[in-house]
Ligand binder design. Structure first.
Ligand code: SAM
Length: 260
């Protein structure tokens, strides 16, 4: 890499990891510009030599398997509790279809959406009995409304200036009294709380709740793995056991809410 490229990369990285600069970026609603070149899924290609779990963005490690087992079980349990035969279910940001495959042999009507065309193609290959919409969730015009909508690991890619639009969109595609299931990596440091990284936004549970409350009745909102309550940011986050990253999907929050 040339010296100039290195300098540009360093400035770019530093800029996006500085809550003082980000304060102004947020104030002037410029995060969408950042999103355009920081969302990894705008260019992502599925790798056929990797597992579905890896293509979905989760490493193959025992502690991640443990979290995924729990979150798959939760999704199955809650969807079963709220859905009857023939009901419709939508996966927002379905990725390669890892969670969608839980419903493959059910009698539910399956719908899924993802920004990335390659992810959709991969998912279609093993879950053909599903209607797919490709594009950003915020821009898609859905032709149906749904009984149950779930969204896992996607909120981190929704810029702050689009949060209201995101929630209103969730509201508009759900049938009356239907269920929203949201699982998102939450803030685990004061820096996250202060929006230090606008390329992967780990929102504070308290804020998520405040934004949703006008539209939804919150049924459950707690740490997805251990059920703890976190407000601003998690003071006891799990440490990543992966030497290549400080992030671990174990630090995720679960919200179940009913459309008002
Ligand atoms: C970490 S992966 C999670 C995939 C899947 N939900 C799972 O947990 O296995 C995030 C997914 O969200 C999708 N995504 C990101 N921004 C999106 C947007 N604005 N609209 C729809 N999908 C989006 C990406 O393309 C990617 O497939």
């Amino acid at each position: 890499m040339s010296f100039l490229k290195k300098i540009v990369k360093l400035i770019f990285h530093r800029t996006l990891n500085n809550f003082v600069i980000n304060f102004f970026i947020i104030k002037f609603k410029l995060e969408k510009v950042i999103y355009k070149f920081s969302n990894p899924y705008l260019k992502f290609s599925v790798q056929n030599n990797k597992s579905i779990q890896e293509n979905a963005g989760y490493s193959l490690r025992p502690e991640i398997d443990e979290v995924l087992i729990k979150s798959k079980l939760d999704l199955q349990t809650y969807s079963k509790n709220y859905l009857s035969e023939g009901a419709s279910i939508l996966d927002i940001g379905c990725g390669p279809g890892m969670y969608l495959s839980l419903f493959q042999n059910s009698n539910l009507q399956l719908f899924a959406t993802d920004l990335n065309a390659d992810m959709i193609e991969y998912s279609k290959r093993h879950i053909p009995n599903c209607k797919y919409y490709q594009g950003s969730f915020l821009d898609i015009e859905f032709l149906e409304t749904y009984n149950f909508v779930y969204c896992i690991g996607v909120l981190v890619y929704i810029p702050l200036s689009d949060i209201k639009k995101f929630i209103q969109k969730l509201y508009s595609i759900l049938k009356p009294n239907s269920i929203l299931y949201l699982n998102y990596p939450h803030a685990i440091s004061l820096f996250d709380y202060l929006y230090n990284d606008l390329t992967y936004i780990q929102y504070a549970p308290q804020r998520v709740e405040e934004w949703l409350e006008p539209y939804f009745t919150i049924i459950k909102h707690e740490h997805a793995f251990d059920g703890r309550k976190v407000e601003t940011y998690d003071k006891q986050p799990y440490k990543s056991l992966n030497p290549n990253t400080t992030r671990t999907y174990k630090n995720s929050y679960l919200l179940i809410a009913q459309k008002k």
